[in-house]
Design a protein around this ligand. Sequence first.
Ligand SMILES: Cc1cc2nc3c(=O)[nH]c(=O)nc-3n(C[C@H](O)[C@H](O)[C@H](O)COP(=O)(O)OP(=O)(O)OC[C@H]3O[C@@H](n4cnc5c(N)ncnc54)[C@H](O)[C@@H]3O)c2cc1C
Length: 386
Amino acid sequence: MVAMEKTAEIIIIGGGIIGASIACHLALKGAKDVVLLEKAMLGEGSTAKCVGGIRTQFSTEINIRFSLESIKTWDLFAEIADVDLGFKKVGYLFLATTKDEWTVFQANAHLQRTFNIPVELLSPEEIQHRWPYLRADDLQGGTFCPWDGYAGPYEALSGFIKIARKKGVKIYEGTEVQQIFQNRGKITGVRTARGDVSAPIVINAAGPYAEEVGKMAGAEVPVKPFRRQIFFTTPFPWIADPIPLVIDFHRGWYFRREGQGLLLSGPKDDFPSFNVNVDYGAMVEVAENSMFRVPVLEKAEINRGWAGSYEISPDNHAILGEVPGVKGFFLANGFSGHGFQHSPAVGRVMADLILGEEPFMDVSCLSIERFRQGHLIQEPLTAFKE
Ligand SMILES: Cc1cc2nc3c(=O)[nH]c(=O)nc-3n(C[C@H](O)[C@H](O)[C@H](O)COP(=O)(O)OP(=O)(O)OC[C@H]3O[C@@H](n4cnc5c(N)ncnc54)[C@H](O)[C@@H]3O)c2cc1C
């Protein structure tokens, strides 16, 4: 086993897409002695289970800003990282069933348009005309944005890691952080099964394990893991491409193309747990939702599925920045189902904050202090998460 550094300037806990992006952006800004510690293999956590959705259709300004900044990086990723992300801009189509949903969708579209996002408001007839395989007779309307789509989380992770390694970040897999040390409110290092590493800065990028890692530093990080399941069909030629990522908001169901088959969303646990087993009994609900919205899916054959954890915060928004009272302990947690798509902007803004520079975008509304102060971010409807 390679001997690990005994000292570092910055330690990142977690080698998912967030830890990788922070490592990459710190390295790009010239930070030295950065060490990333991953308890399993890089990307083995939620990042490995991600559907890869990238969208501008969010209902809060901060998430729209994250999307717009991140898409700039995704568009240039081949140049920046020499990795093909496979970004398919097939668009996201959100479907509203109730009048209340439609009212909120229209308000969201209005907000998105203030950012020059070309979101379209569509009647049920227009939806039926453009995507004849969708059932539209129960709908109030829908919104579509051609900038949205999906890309490869693994490819993105490997791009960030490649840059980080090249610029000197030391990365250790199979290295679990077991304790975080501090002295008089200042971080001093961590303990791992492979030894201690001292450092004045430690970043919690532990995804669904954010709360556990927070406790090691005496910080209460309100992030809980919730199981999400998805299923895949055998090749399905009965729907013409390009198929947008279609979200039936009312049913909490979505689907998109995956290879020659389809990806269908499964049930969502509404209680926290670290359970990431697939519940094949859940396929009944998947089949019902699928055939309701896309009747031709009665011909579909599901042949596999997987489950992963969303890392959900109380207001479905990220928690970013230094923890008051624990100098040097930074959080990049609680992405609530959007961590992949927002990882470029999050990595960049975290690097600014960690290095004590003016952040390139204002993320003060995402401070952990908002929960103590009661300044939670309000969304018009409970957010949809892919
Ligand atoms: C089914 C599903 C679909 C999704 N679809 C989308 C989507 O379409 N678009 C989107 O943007 N997002 C999506 N997400 C969410 C996205 O995957 C996550 O927000 C993102 O991967 C979070 O990245 P992360 O790096 O914070 O967490 P992770 O990828 O979980 O990485 C955290 C890492 O920390 C490590 N770790 C934990 N504790 C320790 C410790 N003590 N010591 C060392 N290492 C530790 C873990 O092993 C893990 O590798 C989806 C998630 C799921 C489950």
